[in-house]
Unconditional design. Structure first.
Length: 364
């Protein structure tokens, strides 16, 4: 009789969700002890993508050292002009009179007129930390303003590359098909061009074209060379960003949450900028950080050739170009901007590598 009931129960359970409670005993349903409860606790605290990446970044000594160097340089270029009484384009004055004898002074050296004034008045003048140039201008403040210009060019260029590459790569990767094929062939053509040759040619042509058009306008303060430099960055330097964004979007756009957004009738551009691009944040941060030193190096290179920042503005590259003529007599004028360029580019590259290691999920 009992075997018949068991057979009937098994037959009923074959397509049933019922559970045979006879398989269990009371000991299996006893309350857990405090020690057993602690074993089930989650050991790590909840975190976000950004916080987790910053935690890993702080453990990278090279990245943190580079960040400290960059913050120190930024602090100097912001606060030094507030302390230093000299201007980047003005000749040194003593008691309201121009001191043309203060040319080519060594670091921390004063001219004869300055020494005479300090002896007579007892007033202490601000030292020439890096000496002076051939036109009796304080070289330290010129290096400070040159660093400002070089960093500003790098940041603005990186922002331009980010905007153009993000929009171009997003459209190409999301819509795919013929749109993607045509847009990527344009990228391949730009990639095939010799970078430096095209940059030099475009800088020369744009300089001659823009000069008569910007005279008398607010853009004249920037100079045609700097405007043409930004145009060059906007035309050539966005292709790497566009390719990386396209690759990320191709791997993300077939995920379930994107398909669900399409099923409920969400518009394409809302899906793109609300659901897909936020998941490309790591690639965007890393590529933008690495673009800044590349732009600074290109600006310094063009300024060294005389195609970059125009007078009266100055940059680290133009300072190095000006110091080239007197390199044998005053080598420190060339060494100082060259060392600062190396420090900035190296620090930004190490910081970019640290950001990649911290925020790239494939490396963790």
């Amino acid at each position: 009789m009992q075997s018949k009931e068991n057979a009937a129960l098994k037959k009923r359970q074959f397509l049933s969700a019922q559970i045979d409670l006879r398989k269990f005993n009371k000991k299996q349903f006893e309350k857990a002890t405090e020690e057993e409860k602690k074993q089930q606790d989650v050991m790590g605290e909840s975190t976000t993508f950004f916080r987790d990446g910053m935690r890993r970044l702080k453990k990278n000594p090279f990245a943190m050292g580079s960040l400290i160097v960059l913050l120190f340089i930024i602090a100097v270029i912001i606060f030094a002009p507030l302390v230093c009484p000299y201007t980047y384009s003005g000749i040194i004055t003593v008691n309201g009179m121009r001191d043309k004898s203060a040319n080519n002074l060594a670091p921390f050296e004063f001219s004869d007129r300055e020494m005479q004034y300090m002896n007579q008045s007892g007033e202490k003048l601000f030292p020439h930390i890096f000496g002076t140039d051939s036109l009796s201008r304080d070289y330290f403040i010129r290096v400070v303003y040159g660093t400002r210009v070089s960093l500003s060019v790098g940041i603005v260029a990186a922002f331009m590359v980010l905007i153009i590459g993000l929009i171009y790569g997003s459209i190409s990767g999301y819509f795919g098909g013929k749109v993607d094929m045509i847009m990527m062939r344009i990228v391949d053509i730009i990639y095939s061009l010799p970078d430096m040759l095209i940059i030099i040619l475009l800088s020369v042509v744009l300089n001659e074209t823009l000069t008569p058009k910007i005279n008398g306008t607010a853009l004249a303060a920037l100079g045609s060379n700097m405007i043409s430099m930004f145009i060059v960055f906007g035309l050539l330097y966005w292709v790497t960003m566009a390719r990386l964004i396209r690759g990320q979007i191709l791997s993300i756009k077939n995920n379930e949450y994107v398909l669900a957004a399409k099923c409920i009738g969400t518009k394409d551009f809302r899906i793109l900028f609300r659901h897909i691009i936020p998941n490309c944040l790591s690639v965007i941060i890393i590529t933008t950080a690495l673009q800044v030193p590349s732009a600074i190096f290109t600006e310094s290179y063009l300024s060294f050739l005389g195609l970059g920042v125009s007078a009266p503005l100055t940059s680290l590259g133009s300072l190095a170009n000006d110091a080239r003529a007197a390199m044998q007599s005053y080598p420190y004028r060339l060494v100082i901007p060259a060392v600062i360029i190396c420090l900035i580019v190296l620090a930004l590259n190490l910081l970019g590598d640290g950001l990649r290691d911290a925020f790239d999920s494939k490396l963790n």
